[in-house]
Write a protein that binds this ligand. Structure first.
Ligand code: AMP
Length: 304
């Protein structure tokens, strides 16, 4: 950890209420920044920029602190925490958003603590692209900037998003986001079109079908960890991004080979989240358990 590059994350911190064929959760800890930090903190020192309301449970902040996450930029504001409700049917890759109440995030304008301004690796987690930009504007010449987004922002804040993408090196997104952003139905064409917006690297998250990396004009794939039961896919993408970016920061390298290895780490981390509602399982997981899943993944892709 001492040798790893620090990672700055901005994103949502949310109380999630999720229904799936396996049950439901009510006001569980969640949000892009929370899931990201829970995974990235296995590998690197994470600095967090986010806000919550007065109703946010202490357990959430304590967990981040226990994991060594720097929470100087994590503020409590008067009002309620971002609340989100969604539902899954039989297809875990398809989520229907039922309610998105930004609450304190509507008024949040982060001021980065001085130490955060020189962070070399930046992850702009899913939140309003104008807010992602506000954070990026306060960082001095980052080495690598990655971002994630969601249909909600692609349809409502496209101009802000396009402005942001010009300054992003790596974009994480799923099939439907790639199609909506580019207007392409074919995913390979969509990936190439994403690069016309600015990013040189695209990570396409395909849920139970794994993930695709496009880097240095080359496509590579990783499978998903084989799970028989996926209770709640929420946060899987952010946890995956946390594992990927955390590993890259620890390696201090962003070349294609390191990215491929990083994708295995992201996949292993995400596999724990989706097995249970909310981040419970990820919050308890040990490095040994992560390593076991990495071994399984490596065995799955060993050919010959
Ligand atoms: P994922 O399943 O990895 O795409 O991320 C789901 C997380 O993103 C959940 O914890 C949600 O609370 C959070 N989320 C949902 N909608 C939004 C939104 N519009 N902006 C930011 N975060 C959101």
């Amino acid at each position: 950890m001492a040798d790893s590059l620090p990672v700055l994350v901005v994103g949502s911190i949310v109380l999630d209420s999720i229904r799936s064929p396996y049950g439901e959760s009510k006001a569980a800890l969640g949000g892009s920044a929370y899931y990201f930090a829970a995974a990235a903190s296995f590998y690197a020192n994470v600095r967090m920029v986010a806000c919550v309301g007065e109703d946010f449970p202490d357990e959430g902040r304590h967990f981040l602190e226990k994991r060594g996450v720097d929470v100087e930029g994590f503020v409590t504001m008067p009002g309620k925490t971002f609340a989100y409700e969604a539902e899954y049917g039989d297809d875990p890759n398809h989520r229907v958003s039922l309610r998105t109440c930004l609450n304190v995030f509507e008024k949040f304008h982060p001021v980065l603590p001085p130490l955060y301004r020189s962070t070399p690796v930046v992850f702009l987690g899913n939140i309003h692209p104008a807010l992602q930009m506000e954070v990026l504007d306060q960082v001095d010449s980052p080495e690598h900037v990655a971002a994630d987004t969601m249909n909600f922002w692609i349809s409502r804040s496209r101009e802000d998003l396009e402005r942001l993408l010009r300054r992003v090196d790596t974009l994480f997104l799923n099939d439907s986001e790639a199609k909506e952003l580019t207007g392409e139905k074919n995913l390979i064409r969509a990936i190439r079109r994403v690069c016309e917006f600015g990013p040189s690297t695209v990570v396409l998250k395909k849920g139970e079908h794994g993930a695709v990396l496009y880097r240095e004009n080359t496509l590579s794939v990783v499978p998903a960890y084989p799970l028989e039961i996926v209770r709640d896919p929420t946060g899987g993408g952010d946890t995956f991004a946390g594992g990927v970016m955390g590993y890259l920061a620890r390696a201090g390298s962003f070349d294609r080979k390191t990215f491929q290895e990083a994708m295995l780490h992201g996949t292993a981390a995400a596999s724990f989240v989706v097995e249970e509602f909310g981040p419970k399982r990820l919050m308890q997981v040990t490095s040994e358990r992560l390593e076991e899943r990495l071994r399984t993944l490596r065995a799955m892709i060993a050919i010959g």
